[in-house]
Design a binder for this molecule. Structure first.
Ligand SMILES: [Zn+2]
Length: 86
């Protein structure tokens, strides 16, 4: 009796392993799908409103407010020396 139960268990073991591998693969693919939502976050340029990922943008701290500029707008920084227009 014990031998037949052992054989029964061993005949099912590969299928149980296969199911476990499928389950792990399913969980892993689900975790990978959740990642691009974070990476896809974009920031709009304060000057030209163009959108870019975080490493493409440059932060400029102006009067306590942090503004995001793209690299093209950040290089020729507009100087706040416009006192003559006031
Ligand atoms: Zn820009």
């Amino acid at each position: 009796m014990a031998d037949s139960w052992l054989q029964y268990g061993f005949s099912y073991a590969p299928w149980v392993l296969f199911g476990l591998i499928l389950l792990v693969a399913f969980i892993m693919t689900r975790g990978q799908k959740a990642e691009p939502a974070k990476i896809g976050q974009t920031f709009a340029c304060a000057a030209c409103r163009r959108r870019g990922s975080r490493d493409q943008m440059v932060t400029v701290n102006r009067e306590g407010a942090v503004m995001w500029y793209c690299r093209e707008c950040a290089q020729p920084l507009p100087e706040p020396a416009n006192s003559s227009s006031r």
